[in-house]
Design a protein around this ligand. Structure first.
Ligand code: NAD
Length: 325
């Protein structure tokens, strides 16, 4: 369904289009949100309108907006590897469609790119001037290369058509309301630990990740969109853990006596991942405010509630990446 533009309200307020929403896996959903952002309006005059538009970004869309937060793309490896062709279409055709829309209505557009564009990095920590080390034909390529070409499209539209672009390179982010079958390490470890099941590490557990809490990311995206800097910016928490350390940490916070088991390493899993956030500090005045411990505590409380309602949950792993016949 596409909202006809005449049904949207007057343009004196700010129209924001986030291209993502509650969805299930590769189900395609677009949300249009409208916010009165007049600085001089009195509090009682401030209104928020929301229009939900269910739409696949690989198809063009006509709406009148001022800002586009282009988030649509499955981000968990089991999810994006389930239908790699759709994943790359979402990052390529979807981004072209959103850029075409931004050009037509003169909207500012922000792409949620990823630390995955650095691939298996040979530079540590990763700063924005590093070009990355990505396998173009591996199981992760539909996501990594999709985001790399999406970044290229953003800067091509800027150069050629003066579209105002913003690119956030997001590092691993977590928080309450993640899907229990998301399949990424934070939700998997917590769900396993709370159920006293073994925490599953793929490989020897020496690979590192750095985890940021979701509210910090939202603050960073907002600062990037509404600031002047238009180069790519890392948004992440530099607090780095090996997967072995992280499994122990989740066990400690959940007071779990689960075992930790080691399964076969997944192909092209990056060995190290830690953002250099000097640029975000300098250009946006942004840095994470929520510690990993605080964020994990809130997320553990959330998943305990989910488990209380759902009973048993078997987390998604790499084996779920293909349809089972
Ligand atoms: N969460 C992270 O750690 C992280 C890290 C790096 C980058 N990112 C990026 O941030 C964005 C959001 O990540 P997330 O973790 O919320 O992902 P997610 O997989 O949890 O959610 C993705 C959303 O995109 C929607 N979607 C997928 N394909 C679509 C299409 N063709 N049309 C419309 N909607 C579509 C899905 O329905 C879902 O609502 C993604 O672009 C992702 O690449 C996230």
């Amino acid at each position: 369904m596409v909202a006809s533009t005449q049904n949207l309200h007057h343009r004196s307020v700010r129209d924001v289009l986030p291209t993502t929403a509650s969805g299930n896996g590769t189900t395609t959903t677009t949300t249009a949100t409208t916010v009165n952002d007049k600085n001089n309006s009195k509090a009682r005059d401030t209104h928020v309108w929301m229009y939900l538009v269910v739409h696949d970004v690989t198809e063009p869309i006509m709406v009148e907006v001022d800002q586009i937060y282009h988030l649509a793309c499955p981000a968990s490896p089991p999810h994006y590897q389930f239908n790699p062709v759709k994943t790359i279409k979402t990052s390529t055709m979807g981004t072209l469609n959103m850029l075409g829309l931004a050009k037509r209505v003169k909207a500012k557009i922000l792409l949620t790119s990823t630390s995955e564009i650095y691939g298996d990095p040979q530079v540590h920590p990763q700063s924005e001037d590093y070009w990355g080390n990505v396998n173009p034909i591996g199981p992760r390529s539909c996501y990594d290369e999709g985001k790399r070409v999406a970044e290229t499209m953003m800067y091509s539209y800027k150069e050629q058509s003066n579209v105002e672009v913003r690119v956030a390179r997001i590092f691993n982010t977590f928080g309450p309301r993640m899907h229990p079958n998301d399949g990424r390490v934070v939700s998997n470890f917590i769900i396993q630990a709370l159920q006293k099941k073994a925490l599953t590490i793929y490989g020897e557990g020496d690979q590192t990740r750095s985890f940021q809490y979701v509210s910090d990311l939202v603050d960073g995206l907002h600062a990037l969109m509404n600031g002047d800097y238009d180069g790519p910016v890392n948004l992440g928490n530099p607090d780095e853990f090996t997967m072995k350390e992280f499994a122990q940490y989740v066990k400690k916070l959940t007071k779990s006596e689960s075992d930790i088991i080691f399964l076969e390493k997944t192909q092209d899993d990056p060995n190290k991942r830690k953002p250099d956030i000097s640029l975000a500090k300098e250009k946006l005045g942004w840095e994470p405010r929520v510690t990993v411990k605080e964020g994990l505590s809130k997320t553990i409380t959330y998943f305990q509630q989910v488990l209380d309602e759902a009973g048993e949950i078997i987390p998604t792993g790499p084996g779920a990446s293909k349809p089972q016949n």
